[in-house]
Write a protein that binds this ligand. Structure first.
Ligand code: PNS
Length: 177
């Protein structure tokens, strides 16, 4: 029987529990799932590509049919190189739909044989995004339960110096930290 490979492309800056939920669901329906981190020189990511890759590798090590890779250029070209027949994407709320529909239809235009498969993460992650996680963590809020403990720890290590500096600045200028 033909093996069905899917790619799960994204920025994963950082990986969240929503991403992992989707990876687990995807690993159950595809023979092989490649988590593909986009190498995007235009974006200024919080975590470097190698940091995101090593976090995702550690977080997905329990899934034997999941591997992590990086790519640049078009998703459809990368899918062809991987011999993938599907692209996995998550849809959280209605607000995701328009952007995802545009991408899926553009990808279909570029490569009609490649199917996009949408899956919904568990509802407790329906409001969760990497952007919000970065924003809350940068401002010193709790992100417990939203990202794996390893990611929480890495975020703390990365942001603690900046948070300490900001709190020292505020106490110097007499503002409450
Ligand atoms: O996690 P993100 O940032 O929502 O992922 C977006 C991603 C990586 C899936 C999208 O930007 C993408 O596919 N980029 C690769 C370039 C490409 O193929 N562009 C045309 C897609 S319609």
């Amino acid at each position: 029987m033909k093996k069905v490979t899917a790619i799960y492309p994204g920025s994963f800056d950082p990986p969240t529990n929503g991403h992992l939920d989707l990876i687990e669901r995807g690993s159950k329906i595809f023979d092989e799932l490649v988590v593909a981190i986009l190498r995007n020189p235009e974006k200024d990511p919080l975590f470097s590509l190698s940091e995101r890759r090593s976090m995702l590798e550690a977080l997905t090590s329990e899934f034997h049919n999941v591997r992590v890779d990086t790519f640049d250029g078009l998703t459809v070209d990368y899918a062809a190189r991987m011999k993938a027949s599907a692209v996995l994407r998550g849809i959280r709320a209605l607000s995701d739909y328009e952007y995802e529909l545009q991408m899926a239809l553009m990808n279909r235009k570029l490569q009609p044989k490649l199917e996009t498969v949408f899956m919904m993460p568990a509802e407790q992650y329906s409001y969760l995004s990497s952007r919000l996680v970065r924003e809350v963590a940068k401002l010193g809020g709790s992100i417990a339960g939203l990202v794996p403990e390893m990611v929480e720890q890495r975020l703390r290590e990365k942001l603690e110096p900046a948070l300490k500096l900001e709190s020292a600045r505020k106490s110097k200028t007499g503002k409450r930290a």
